[in-house]
Design a protein around this ligand. Structure first.
Ligand code: IMP
Ligand code: MG
Length: 190
């Protein structure tokens, strides 16, 4: 099986979501967004870096004239633990006032990143702001966080692949897998 980028090594554990499962669900989300945004020209805002694979596939699954832009934040630094601080690393290129914005996220964990981004973007007066997340933790209250579109629910294991990294590695895997810490052989949980 081609796993992508030759990046498969001892750090990559059990596959949680296969390439086929991800593709099928992204197609469904794209169809849903196509209906919900019919007649509009939504702006997909990709939260770098983790959401880049999802953004690419989702944008192509939406049968509407969409625009894309990128914003980068950092909350985890180089570890598998949150620092509890969110920092804007790269801002959007365009003005979102009056736009129908869809914030595209890789995974909603504590919701810290999302709360920061929502506050930041709402201050710029978009016409609407919705969130599409590929993944959300089982325990995360996505309704309370106002996340309308969720691809999959996942447990607290640290995951890699399809854009998600550990120290910038494994983003190019075509699937999502549990990360296995070298040495210990354990999968960190959050
Ligand atoms: P939150 O701010 O706690 O919701 O964390 C969200 C961010 O943490 C995501 O956008 C990811 O960048 C990162 N993150 C959370 N869980 C994982 C994981 O399992 N693997 C890789 N990155 C993760
Ligand atoms: Mg990350």
């Amino acid at each position: 099986m081609v796993v992508g980028g030759g990046a498969r090594d001892e750090g990559v554990g059990e596959i949680v979501l296969s390439e086929q499962e991800i593709a099928a669900r992204v197609a469904e989300l794209g169809a849903e967004l196509t209906l919900d945004y019919a007649g509009r020209n939504p702006l997909l805002v990709c939260v770098l870096k983790g959401a880049y694979s999802f953004l690419t596939d989702l944008a192509r699954a939406i049968d509407l004239p969409v625009a894309v832009d990128f914003i980068a934040v950092e909350s985890y630094g180089s570890s598998t633990r949150t620092s509890g601080v969110v920092r804007l690393v790269k801002d959007l290129d365009q003005d979102i006032a009056g736009r129908n914005v869809i914030l595209v996220e890789d995974i909603i964990d504590s919701g810290l990143t999302l709360r920061y981004l929502r506050r930041n973007l709402m201050a710029r007066s978009p016409e609407s702001l919705e969130v599409a997340a590929l993944l959300a933790r089982d325990a995360t209250d996505t309704a309370k966080l106002g996340v309308r579109y969720v691809g999959f629910r996942v447990p607290n294991d640290f995951l890699v692949g399809y854009g998600l990294d550990v120290d910038e590695r494994y983003r190019n895997l075509r699937f999502l897998a549990k990360y296995v810490e070298p040495g210990t052989g354990d999968t960190p949980t959050l």
